[in-house]
Ligand binder design. Structure first.
Ligand code: ADP
Ligand code: MG
Length: 350
């Protein structure tokens, strides 16, 4: 039924992959060589269009992608120093994310791959966040422990091979980034909540007693819903009693509670799995306090920390190219029937 873009491609040793990402409010394209070398990475964000709504509006995001996608691909090609005809494959995020948003990138990628006569590689956004570490450290090889801390997922993962994972634990309810965003809204900070909490926390003290979450307990699982509710209750209680409170202290106290447990469980996983490399991925990995705490604790424990630059932690297409390379080497290509998926669950093998 569909033109076959799955078979008959020769796997090249050092492929130049054009990658496209459109799962949320960033339209991104990158050119990555051999899965490790970023030739270009471009982002057009519709973030500012969502601020007045307090969060990403799917329809606005989709429309923004339709106007940005060809421009961002053009920029990525121009900045990379290669021609479109040098592209060996097109990698694209098929999920998880907003369906309408994903479909824009997916449709563009299919049309481009078809017209160039190159394979199309479907990439999981979650795996993309994990693969950002390979761009940060070109010598990185499994096994290692990876902390995934994003808007939709929170997990500690043993990476056994590039495509073989063991999920040690994950969140039982909200993801850490989601908690940042909800707490931000509670104290009147604009979207996106994470960076705004971080900024305000710099002026505050860790002075408010908040639940310990599953710190020191619960194996490798996390629970952010109780922490979020405790903050909401603290704020509402103060308002009802006409008491003033420091938003900066709320931000700082929340940030410490939310992050300390991530650090503790990541280090524990390295110890228990006897692995001395830790990588981090996902938007929350851009948080300065998390980065500092991980750096301190890994130094103390003699663990090598691979911390991608902030721009590779938040949504970008270079990480999709890095994961696309892993899939390319296995010949995991899609045909033109490839569809978008809103959810990609963290199974045992992600
Ligand atoms: N500096 C930061 N501190 C804390 N959280 C952050 C920071 N920057 C981004 N985030 C959070 O990261 C999340 C988005 O990250 P991302 O990995 O793209 O999520 P997902 O891919 O699951 O949608 C948002 O919840 C945002 O608030
Ligand atoms: Mg993301």
């Amino acid at each position: 039924m569909y033109a076959d873009l799955k078979k008959g491609f020769k796997i090249k040793p050092d492929p130049v992959i054009l990658s496209i990402e459109s799962s949320c409010d960033e339209t991104a394209a990158a050119v990555v060589r051999g899965g490790r070398e970023i030739l270009s990475s471009e982002i057009i964000s519709s973030c500012s269009e969502h601020i007045r709504f307090g969060g990403v509006v799917p329809e606005i995001a989709s429309r923004a992608h339709t106007t940005a996608v060809s421009e961002v691909v053009k920029r990525a090609i121009n900045a990379s120093g290669v021609d479109l005809t040098d592209i060996d494959a097109v990698a694209v995020t098929y999920g998880a994310g907003l369906l309408g948003a994903l479909l824009v990138g997916l449709s563009y990628a299919k049309a481009l791959a078809f017209s160039l006569g190159v394979p199309i590689i479907p990439v999981s956004h979650i795996r993309g966040h994990l693969a950002a570490a390979y761009l940060a450290d070109k010598t990185l090889e499994p096994p290692f422990i990876s902390l995934l801390a994003s808007g939709g997922h929170t997990a500690v993962i043993e990476v056994k091979k590039v495509d073989e994972f063991r999920l040690l634990g994950g969140t039982l309810d909200d993801a850490v980034g989601e908690a940042f965003d909800k707490v931000a809204r509670t104290i009147g900070l604009e979207y996106p909540g994470g960076p705004n909490i971080e900024k305000l926390a710099e002026e505050g003290k860790n002075a408010i007693a908040l639940p310990k979450m599953l710190k020191g307990d619960g194996g490798y699982n996390f629970s952010y819903s109780g922490l979020k509710t405790a903050v909401v209750n603290y704020v509402h209680n103060a308002k009802q009693h006409g008491q003033t409170f420091s938003k900066a202290d709320v931000a700082r106290s929340f940030q410490c509670s939310a992050i300390d447990v991530l650090v503790e469980k990541s280090l524990k996983a390295c110890g228990e799995c006897k692995l001395n490399t830790l990588t981090v991925g996902g938007g929350v990995a851009a948080n300065g306090y998390l980065r500092k705490r991980l750096d301190e604790e890994c130094k103390k424990a003699g663990i090598k920390l691979v911390l991608p630059p902030k721009i590779l932690c938040t949504d970008n297409a270079a990480m999709i190219g890095a994961e696309g390379f892993i899939q390319y080497e296995k010949g995991n290509f899609a045909d033109l029937g490839l569809n978008a998926k809103a959810r990609v669950d963290l199974g045992q093998n992600i």
